[in-house]
Design a binder for this molecule. Structure first.
Ligand code: URA
Length: 189
């Protein structure tokens, strides 16, 4: 990954940000893309949104070493603009491989870009906090932690969604796979 040249973001990055955490994590968090600080340090979620993510993890008795944290794209888009479809597509094999290797039980999508990987046609406002079994994983959509920094009222919503995770992990066997219904959407991404 460190030498990837699959898209133009390779030209301007300082460092690739692969992700970090436990290689056998039960829970994989997928954010959007590295920002300014992440690009400098080569680590995910090291800015203000990351501090909130740490707080959220701690609220359920976890820390970064207990989970895995990755992003949809591994290099910083300049000026923190939204990732382009071509960049997401170019980076997809890396995230696919991470999921294949880690084999998480729960994938927590943070924000709309990682949500779109699993549920392409529904808005985050509608599906956040509602788990959905898709193939081998339980997808649990959440707002991006940065959303709470811009819109204070979302903080509580995010905190409440996070608090459901331990129970979801305990109930993991009780969800029915909805791949049939969402397979068509998965092809889009
Ligand atoms: N930092 C990351 O690594 N990813 C995000 O989505 C936001 C901040």
């Amino acid at each position: 990954m460190a030498s990837c040249q699959a898209c133009d973001l390779a030209q301007l990055r300082t460092r690739v940000v692969p992700g970090e955490g436990a290689e056998d994590a039960d829970i994989l968090f997928i954010g959007e893309a590295p920002g300014f600080n992440e690009d400098r340090e080569g680590r995910p979620f090291v800015g203000a949104a990351g501090a909130f993510l740490d707080e959220l993890l701690s609220s359920i008795g976890l820390s970064r070493k207990d989970v895995y944290i990755a992003n949809v794209i591994k290099c910083r888009p300049q000026g923190n603009r939204d990732p382009l479809p071509a960049e997401i597509k170019a980076c997809k094999p890396w995230l696919d491989r991470q999921i294949e290797l880690i084999q998480p039980k729960i994938v927590v999508t943070l924000g709309r870009y990682s949500l779109a990987r699993y549920i392409a046609t529904e808005s985050i406002g509608k599906v956040h906090g509602k788990p959905r079994k898709i193939g081998d994983v339980l997808c649990f959509p959440m707002y991006h932690p940065a959303a709470a920094l811009h819109q204070g009222s979302l903080r509580k919503v995010i905190e409440e969604d996070m608090r459901r995770l331990p129970q979801l992990l305990r109930d993991i066997g009780s969800f029915t796979d909805v791949t049939e219904e969402s397979g068509r959407q998965l092809d889009l991404f």
